[in-house]
Design a protein around this ligand. Structure first.
Ligand SMILES: [Fe+2]
Length: 283
């Protein structure tokens, strides 16, 4: 049967993708940020750790979805997804290949488990999905994993609660556990950490809050699932709500899972960057 081996949390700042695409990763501004991902790149390339499939939780930034269509939880079930044109032409990164059988299985399992997923068959994927892949795998000719995209609305009010996201993670874990193919799966939660891109508090960073969130992903995830939207807004800025997507990743892992690696860096174009690798407990 399929199993979830690990979870990864990471920011998906568009400027990170641009720094990689324009070969700026060795510049003083970017070097410390990328240094924190080196451990993960080595870890994930080891055969015993490399997943067959990544369930990649991210948000679309008015690229595939806009005010005409706002799915709270969307799952991509097509064979492939093209990198989106976000205004400067599509990033020159590989096409994203799905594992459609697993994606359809997750859709079926979650919907019958009372999660009303929106099934999407045509969807370009923006930096929210491609930047995490670039961070973990660099610049390959083809992504070394299949990707099941799960897009969450955190752009238009109301986004789902952290607790609802956590429960979706639990439902995804049940779905994977009932998929009859012997494959290794990782769940990634992306977005965040604290950042505000507009208004009088533009540039807001709250390192203490972010680092406590990173710590409590393993120390006290029960606290995280009850954080209300207003606290994200007040403490982490208008875009910090993206962190609820990390709780889908966390909910997919067992309670006593442990962190293997953490990284926190400020700034990356007005945002705080966070990263964690969590090994899923075996029981
Ligand atoms: Fe985002």
């Amino acid at each position: 049967m399929a199993h979830i081996s690990a979870g990864i949390g990471t920011s998906h700042v568009p400027a990170i993708g641009m720094a990689m695409d324009l070969n700026k990763t060795e510049e003083d501004y970017w070097k410390p940020l990328f240094a924190g991902y080196q451990w993960t790149r080595e870890w994930i390339s080891a055969p015993e750790n490399k997943p067959d499939v990544v369930i990649l939780v991210y948000n679309d930034h008015a690229t595939a979805f806009d005010m005409n269509l706002i799915p709270t939880f969307a799952i991509g079930c097509a064979e492939t997804f093209q990198p989106a044109d976000e205004g400067w032409g599509p990033r020159k990164v590989p096409v994203v290949e799905n594992h459609p059988d697993l994606a359809w299985h997750i859709a079926q399992s979650c919907i019958l488990d009372d999660f009303d997923m929106t099934i999407v068959n045509k969807m370009d994927v923006d930096h929210g999905l491609t930047v995490p892949l670039s961070l973990m795998f660099g610049k390959p000719n083809a992504w070394p994993v299949k990707v099941v995209p799960i897009a969450v609305n955190v752009v238009t009010y109301p986004p789902p609660s952290g607790n609802r996201c956590y429960k979706l993670g639990e439902a995804i874990a049940r779905a994977v556990a009932s998929f009859p193919e012997d494959i290794k799966v990782q769940v990634w939660g992306t977005g965040g950490m604290s950042h505000q891109l507009q208004g009088p508090r533009v540039g807001l960073i709250n390192a203490a809050w972010d680092q406590k969130f990173l710590e409590d992903l393993t120390a006290d995830p029960e606290r995280l699932r009850t954080i209300p939207h207003i606290e994200y807004l007040r403490e982490t800025g208008s875009e910090g709500i993206e962190m609820v997507m990390w709780l889908i990743m966390r909910g997919a892992l067992r309670a006593n899972s442990t962190a293997l690696h953490k990284h926190y860096h400020v700034p990356a174009s007005n945002t705080a960057v966070g990263h964690i690798v969590i090994s899923n407990s075996t029981g």
